[in-house]
Structures are given as C-alpha cells and as structure tokens.
Design a protein around this ligand. Structure first.
Ligand SMILES: C[S@@+](CC[C@H](N)C(=O)[O-])C[C@H]1O[C@@H](n2cnc3c(N)ncnc32)[C@H](O)[C@@H]1O
Length: 282
C-alpha cells in the first residue's frame, strides 16, 4: 500500500484512532468484542506515519488520544454491536453505516448472508481501507457494499445505486460521525434518511454531555485539522424532538442501563446520558 494512502490528517484520520481503540480492546482478556482486522489497519497506519519525524510525533498523539477516549469509546462499539444484532434478529436486512471508517462488522459479527451492509465514507478512507482488507484476505459474511460519498452532498444516489431499497426497513448507524458535520448538513442527512426509511426502520441517536471531555476534543480537532466550530453539533440538542416530529417513535435508554452487564465502571453518564432509539412509524 502506498504511504500516501494513509489518512494522516483530516476527518478520515479519526477512523485510525478508533481502529487503535478496537485493536486495544481486542487484546484484552475480558474483551467486549474481537476485531482482528483493526490490528492490520493500525499496523499499516503506523508504518505510514512513521516515515517522517513529524509523522512519528503525530502518531504518538494519535495513540495518546486513543488512550484518553478508550474507555467510553470502546464501550460504544459494543453497544452499537448490540443495537445492530438486535435489528438483524428482528428481521432487518439492510444496515447503513454513516462514516463507517475502518469498521469491520461485515467481517467480525457473523452477520447472515441475507443482510446488506452499506458503508458510507469518503473516497480517501476507502483508498486506505480496501487494499488492507484485500491483503488480509478478509471475507464478509454478509453482502458488504462500499459507498464512497461525502455525507455533506448527495449520498442518497450513491446508496441507491449500490442496491439500497427504500421499500425495505433499514437500521441506520451513526457512530461518531454526525458531530463532524455542520448542523445544517446533519439535518439534511436526517431529512434524506427519513425520506428513504420504510416503516420499522431504526436509528439510534446518542445523547451525551461532552463538556467534561472538551479538552480532548480540542486536541482531536488540532490533530486532524478540523476547524473547531460551534456550528458542528450534529442534530443538536433537539435531535430527539426533530425525529419525533417527522414520524419516528423515540424512546430514551440510559447509558448506564445499556452498559451495566459489561462490568466496566467507566463512563457512568448520569441519568441524562444515553441513546434515543427511534423507529420509523408507518
Ligand atoms: C470518528 S470516525 C468514526 C468511524 C467509524 N464510525 C467508527 O466508529 O470506527 C469518523 C468517520 O466519519 C467519516 N466522515 C467524516 N465526515 C464525513 C463526510 N462529510 N462524509 C463521509 N464521511 C465522513 C470520516 O472519514 C471517518 O471515517
């Protein structure tokens, strides 16, 4: 793989940090999930970064930030695994991952062949990801579709061209992506998602107070070169009401309940933190 394919800056680079987190979790005896391909992504990314002195310094910052975010972020991976497994067990046959990054659920979750899993992310992310999957000989258990598109533009056409069917329910996943979009773009994304969601489609919206983690988010912004802007707030604090007003039935689930059985005391969020599960009404 050419070194210039390693995302060493920009939002695609944030996916490398999450891969570091998943690789770290996978090493633990008490792991909440196993993601062997995360190790391959991390090894390839490290090689790319370590080519220059500046790159080595940046890699050290990636690892330091991944360590800071590890506890809460790794739990989130498992919570979203569970949300996906639940949707599939309920018969859902379409999964759409917004900003999929270096996600490998198509490979590691034993998803059935009847499921189509659509990964939407930027072209530069897939330029890094796909050669590594190919070199590893990775085989998806479900029908995986790569959708190289910018979520701030028309991603729906690319999704439909990849085989997405608006007449079938879908489960939509936002795992740390909407908050990278300016508010207007996040709202438009949600409008379009709503338009092409058949009844019984589902979506989970995170509700967290990130204020205590402000400093680590600022460091992340400095590292990837994203402009810190008050405008970047995903669906915003009214996201739940927004969904409810557009035909989604919403229900709040406290984070502490969702993670209680994992035996990790981290990220007790207080009663206000959690997931809003939304189901598209007929
Ligand atoms: C923090 S990473 C999370 C990746 C993945 N969901 C995970 O949890 O491992 C954010 C991802 O969103 C993608 N992303 C950010 N802005 C995007 C945009 N405008 N269009 C498509 N993808 C975008 C980035 O490339 C990156 O892969």
């Amino acid at each position: 793989m050419a070194e210039d394919q390693v995302p060493m800056a920009g939002v695609a680079m944030t996916a490398v940090g999450v891969a570091v987190i998943r690789a770290t979790e996978s090493e633990r005896a008490d792991r909440l999930y196993d993601d062997p391909l995360a190790r391959d992504f991390v090894a390839a990314a490290r090689l790319g970064f370590e080519g220059t002195e500046d790159g080595r310094a940046r890699w050290a910052r990636v690892e330091a930030l991944a360590a800071k975010f590890f506890d809460g972020r790794s739990l989130t991976v498992r919570v979203i695994d569970d949300e996906i497994a639940r949707a599939v067990d309920n018969g859902c046959s379409q999964l759409v991952l917004f900003g999929a990054g270096l996600d490998t659920r198509a490979y590691r979750m034993a998803l059935p062949a009847r499921v189509r899993l659509f990964e939407i992310d930027l072209p530069e992310l897939f330029a890094f990801k796909e050669p590594i999957l190919a070199a590893a000989g990775a085989t998806a258990t479900c029908a995986r579709q790569v959708v190289a598109a910018d979520l701030r533009a028309d991603w729906v056409s690319a999704l439909v061209a990849s085989g997405y069917r608006a007449d079938l329910p879908a489960h939509w996943v936002d795992e740390g992506v909407l908050d990278y979009l300016p508010h207007a773009d996040a709202l438009r994304l949600a409008e379009w998602m709503t338009e092409i969601s058949a009844p019984a489609s589902s979506f989970a919206l995170g509700r967290f107070d990130v204020a205590p983690q402000r400093e680590r988010y600022a460091e992340l912004g400095r590292l990837v070169g994203a402009t810190a802007s008050a405008d970047r707030r995903g669906l915003g604090p009214d996201g739940e009401r927004w969904l409810a007003e557009r035909g989604w039935r919403t229900r709040f689930h406290p984070w502490d309940d969702l993670v209680e059985s994992f035996g990790r005391p981290e990220m007790a969020g207080g009663s206000a933190a959690g997931l809003v599960r939304a189901v598209r009404l007929p």
